[in-house]
Design a protein around this ligand. Structure first.
Ligand SMILES: CC(C)(COP(=O)(O)OP(=O)(O)OC[C@H]1O[C@@H](n2cnc3c(N)ncnc32)[C@H](O)[C@@H]1OP(=O)(O)O)[C@@H](O)C(=O)NCCC(=O)NCCS
Length: 162
């Protein structure tokens, strides 16, 4: 594959990100979350991976409140275009995004995702279980990024309807 870059998304990328996310997930709900997070001011980072022609991947990070404090983040949705999945685009976006969130001082990153995929990036269901949240179980995972609380009640953006 040709060389890839990761950069922050711009408003001009919105339609492409929606099409990519719809294609990766096969349903419109995930792209609607991305749009709503931006509208509500709850997005922390929206990043795209692209080559010299196309956007091939996207990742979203958003605010998560712990006991009412805006200190953590959430990851998702993340997508790689169906034609180029399994070539490290998702992993590159996840690693780059987590580094960005760590540098921004976010204490933890939470996500709901494939339990076989995310532990390789340091996510653990055990850590997430310490927190009270709208979600639970093996698919709900957390990674510590900076010093922060070991437990607490999580609040998610309105875009998640939780
Ligand atoms: C999940 C996704 C973002 C990963 O990005 P990617 O660029 O395809 O993946 P990478 O090349 O970085 O990593 C490949 C690994 O991801 C794993 N993977 C991909 N999709 C997976 C899934 N649905 N469940 C579990 N593992 C999955 C592959 O098995 C592979 O594992 P291996 O390295 O042990 O062989 C991408 O496949 C995608 O867009 N999937 C559809 C949308 C989706 O499910 N998003 C994530 C929701 S949690």
């Amino acid at each position: 594959m040709s060389q890839l870059w990761i950069r922050p998304a711009t408003p001009d990328d919105a339609e492409t990100i929606t099409a990519l996310t719809d294609a990766a997930f096969g349903t419109p709900e995930e792209a609607q979350i991305i749009t709503q997070l931006a509208k509500d001011g709850d997005s922390l980072a929206s990043l795209v991976a692209h080559n010299d022609r196309d956007i091939l991947g996207h990742i979203q990070f958003f605010k998560v409140w712990v006991d009412g404090e805006d200190i953590a983040c959430g990851l998702g949705p993340v997508s790689a275009h169906p034609e180029v999945q399994g070539r490290g685009i998702g992993a590159g976006l996840i690693r780059f995004g987590l580094t960005l969130m760590e540098g921004a001082g976010r204490t933890h990153c939470f996500l709901l995702g494939h339990k076989e995929y995310y532990p390789r990036f340091g996510f653990s269901a055990e850590l997430a279980a310490q927190f009270e949240s709208p979600w639970s179980g093996p698919h709900f995972m957390a990674k510590q990024l900076n010093a922060g609380p070991e437990s607490g009640k999580l609040a998610y953006p309105a875009a998640f309807g939780a």
